[in-house]
Design a binder for this molecule. Structure first.
Ligand code: FAD
Length: 483
């Protein structure tokens, strides 16, 4: 029986950077669904936040904690910001090219709730794509793609590896350590910006295996998304646009955000998303992102991905305004880990990146802190794994698996997406959350495949956590009924 040193579930920034932190001679297996590029990392536009200099470390910490609305773990944030500069410099030394200004200096841009320009970017607005490409090129370990992890082989509190479905066949792979780097939950919401590979099944599996999911009510909705294209993944318009001069206006040209917060378009994401949602409901007006402050040539060079994506959809930027809506974007909640990514109460199991919850982001993630999280915490996890000497007797697990998909699943998946969007979205109400919980319980009792069951369990934890938190905080906004 082959035993790997490590199995990594996921080939986004967290998974691939973890793979890069192992030695070349370590036996590491990286597994991902679909094509290797189909992950949220690939689609990241704005960039990577990083303290500009030594003095900026404390300011970056405070900005992150303020955006996180008091739910951040200060020590986790300190690690993110302090180790962040080292992680980014390490990436640059490995050969990654961030954009530079005309003097050859790194170009830092600004995004909402950052007190200064500290966002590095690459390929204009193609930071994630460039980073993913770089990490894939660097990877020396075996990568299994088009492969879905359907189970964690756990006995007692020891994880022996994973069960994988690949082209009609189930196989078990064994490892001394398993790292979950499977990303967020996008596909459980009707409108989202995420890759189609990101569907929250691993969070449901973690729950079934007895891991703690924490802060699951904390789901972030990005304010500026073009939701009128076909396909599940909607077009994001990065926050850097607002940082560099874009306006949010209603169809009469009114910059209504200032009525909600004096910071206007530079307010934290949760405030901007909720204000747009509320303004649309209150006035019945459509809301647009106006790019008129940009010069045409500059825009095309600085934001080429957005320029060409929107051109394909029939809009010429920056001349035309883009009709926008908030959409699900990022999961702050996830598998609870310690500050090295280790899952408590399990000996050889780690979770890193968006799937993990270290409380870095608290109740609301500060823009561009998640690529940084992937870089910093993947390295910490591998260092922790290497510092431990953990030997255990491997046992062989059956390859038998339940049906992954059943006939009714597609219909129920769509019902779930709509329910989550309408009732566990930007504005929540107690009674609607309770109704949703009942619907989810009902679906869980019906004849469904395993993958849908896991999605439902992840969704149930979001709804339960939202019901438990009676007061609004950060991204969780609960509407109190009058009377
Ligand atoms: C449109 C968009 C723009 C963004 N822009 C920015 C930005 O500018 N800056 C920033 O910091 N953050 C940004 N984010 C957020 C950031 O991209 C993600 O939080 C981050 O990339 C997550 O990295 P990850 O490695 O944890 O997961 P991902 O990159 O999402 O990778 C998850 C991996 O897990 C695999 N996987 C999932 N389930 C299974 C399974 N069951 N079996 C096998 N494999 C599985 C997937 O195939 C994939 O390879 C953006 C996100 C989106 C969607």
């Amino acid at each position: 029986m082959k035993i790997y040193d490590a199995i990594i579930i996921g080939a986004g920034v967290a998974g691939l950077n973890a793979a890069a932190c192992f030695d070349k001679n370590d036996e590491v297996l990286v597994i991902c669904k679909d094509n290797s590029w189909d992950c949220n990392t690939f689609y990241a536009q704005g960039g990577v936040s990083v303290p500009y200099d030594e003095e900026d470390v404390d300011v970056h910490i405070e900005d992150t904690i303020e955006a996180g609305a008091g739910l951040c773990d200060r020590e986790a944030v300190r690690i993110l910001c302090q180790d962040g500069r080292v992680a980014v410099d390490d990436l640059i030394n490995r050969g990654f090219l961030f954009d530079r200004d005309e003097n050859g200096e790194l170009h830092y841009t600004r995004e909402a709730s950052h007190s200064r320009a500290r966002i590095l970017h690459a390929g204009g607005d193609a930071t994630g794509r460039q980073m993913h490409h770089f990490l894939m090129q660097e990877n020396v370990h075996t990568l299994l793609y088009n492969s879905t992890v359907t189970d964690l082989l756990i006995e007692g509190n020891i994880c022996h590896g994973v069960r994988v479905y690949h082209k009609g066949i189930f196989r078990n792979y064994y490892a001394k350590t398993t790292i979950i780097a499977s990303g967020g939950v996008g596909s459980i919401y009707k409108y989202h910006t995420n890759s189609k590979a990101i569907s929250g099944e691993m969070q449901g599996l973690a729950y079934e295996k007895g891991m703690e999911l924490r802060d699951m009510e904390m789901m972030q909705f990005h304010p500026t998304v073009f939701i009128h294209n076909q396909g599940a993944r909607k077009q994001l318009l990065t926050e850097a646009l607002r940082g560099e001069g874009a306006w949010i206006v209603d169809e009469n040209g009114k910059r209504f955000l200032f009525e909600y917060d004096k910071r206007g378009p530079m307010s934290p994401r949760n405030i901007v998303s909720r204000s747009i949602f509320d303004w649309k409901q209150k006035t019945g007006l459509s809301v647009y992102l106006s790019l008129k402050n940009f010069k045409s040539d500059f825009f095309k060079k600085r934001f080429p991905t957005i320029y060409f994506n929107m051109k394909d959809l029939g809009l010429t930027l920056p001349q035309e305004d883009v009709r926008i809506s908030p959409a699900f974007h990022y999961a702050m909640g996830g598998i609870k880990t310690d500050l090295n990514g280790k899952v408590p109460n399990f000996y050889n199991l780690y979770a890193i990146g968006e799937v993990a919850n270290t409380r870095i982001h608290g109740a609301n993630r500060l823009a561009s802190n998640s690529l940084l999280e992937g870089l910093v915490f993947s390295k910490r996890a591998v260092l922790d794994i290497k510092s431990r000497d953990f030997e255990f007797e491997f046992r062989v697990f059956s390859k038998e698996e339940e049906d992954l998909v059943k006939d009714n699943d597609k219909k129920l998946k769509n019902t779930l997406r709509t329910l989550m969007w309408e009732n566990a979205g930007i504005v929540r109400e107690h009674t609607k959350l309770e109704e949703t919980l009942k619907e989810i319980e009902k679906m869980l009792k019906s004849d469904i495949g395993k993958l849908l069951r896991l999605r439902l369990k992840t969704s149930r934890e979001i709804v339960r956590a939202a019901l438990e938190r009676k007061e609004s905080l950060g991204a969780h906004y609960i509407k109190k009924l009058k009377g």
